[in-house]
Design a protein around this ligand. Structure first.
Ligand SMILES: [Zn+2]
Length: 275
């Protein structure tokens, strides 16, 4: 399967050293919204959608505090739909959106692909869309799904994948695209595993934020760590899942490349390495 790596939204908060772990605290940091564009048997599929054109047209819907803290660049050329077109496809060629969760910087591009089927864990849908149980105030931007997408909902997984429970997201014809529950950041948060040319890629969404968190000696920049804790819905569960990812990397690093949504180091590695 061919996999494209797209950055569908750059965020530039202050204090680079305390966010990216490099450079000066006086520089702006760089965080990305790392999405995958997959060429499947059933058209194109996007893993996460980043920040969309409606968000860029009306940034205040993303929340005043969020915009102030993350300083998104809001460049329409970064929107997934424009990058899909730049690759020579039509927006309607994207048939499936596989969302790790429904936070604003992952679901924002949904309305740019209004006909696509949206695949998400049932618990994520229930809290974000139905409010059962109620989401923390201001957590989700419900305008991002007001067009009424065609949802496909998933419960806990079926098959074993390197010790994780996995479920085939696009049915039996696509054995190589798996949804893997990794809750904690949100209650229905999932990773998406995709079999590339020579290894699996596990897009772990926001299950961890920084490549140093999967190292043998865990490293995490101070402010990024603070931000991570503040947005955890179930911290103990997220930390336990991060530990499982760290063990997966240690045992199967040659077969599985683990990436996350916002770390620019993962993103640049993928862009250069190609899959
Ligand atoms: Zn995120």
């Amino acid at each position: 399967m061919h996999i494209h790596h797209l950055n569908t939204g750059t965020m530039c908060p202050i204090g680079r050293r305390l966010v990216n772990g490099t450079g000066s605290i006086f520089q702006r940091a760089r965080m990305v919204c790392h999405c995958l564009l997959l060429e499947t048997q059933d058209g194109l599929a996007l893993v996460d959608t980043g920040i969309g054109l409606d968000d860029i047209a009306n940034p205040m819907r993303l929340g005043r505090r969020w915009v102030r803290q993350t300083s998104p660049r809001l460049n329409p050329a970064e929107a997934a739909v424009h990058q899909v077109k730049a690759l020579g496809y039509a927006a309607s060629d994207v048939r499936h959106l596989l969302l790790t969760h429904l936070d604003r910087d992952h679901a924002g591009g949904m309305p740019d692909f209004p006909k696509a089927k949206v695949h998400v864990h049932r618990r994520e849908y229930e809290m974000a869309v139905l409010g059962k149980p109620a989401a923390p105030k201001g957590r989700y931007v419900i305008e991002q799904w007001k067009h009424g997408p065609d949802w496909a909902l998933y419960d806990g997984g079926g098959e074993d994948w390197f010790g994780f429970k996995a479920v085939r997201a696009l049915g039996d014809r696509e054995a190589d695209i798996l949804l893997i529950p990794l809750p904690g950041h949100t209650l229905g948060h999932c990773g998406v595993a995709v079999r590339g040319k020579d290894k699996w890629i596990l897009h772990a969404g926001d299950a961890y934020f920084f490549h140093g968190q999967l190292r043998e000696r865990v490293r995490m920049p101070l402010v990024l760590g603070y931000f991570q804790r503040r947005v955890d819905m179930d911290q103990a569960v997220r930390v336990a899942n991060q530990e499982r990812l760290r063990a997966l990397q240690a045992a199967h690093g040659a077969e599985v490349e683990i990436i996350n949504s916002h770390d620019p180091v993962h993103y640049e590695n993928c862009r250069c390495g190609g899959h």
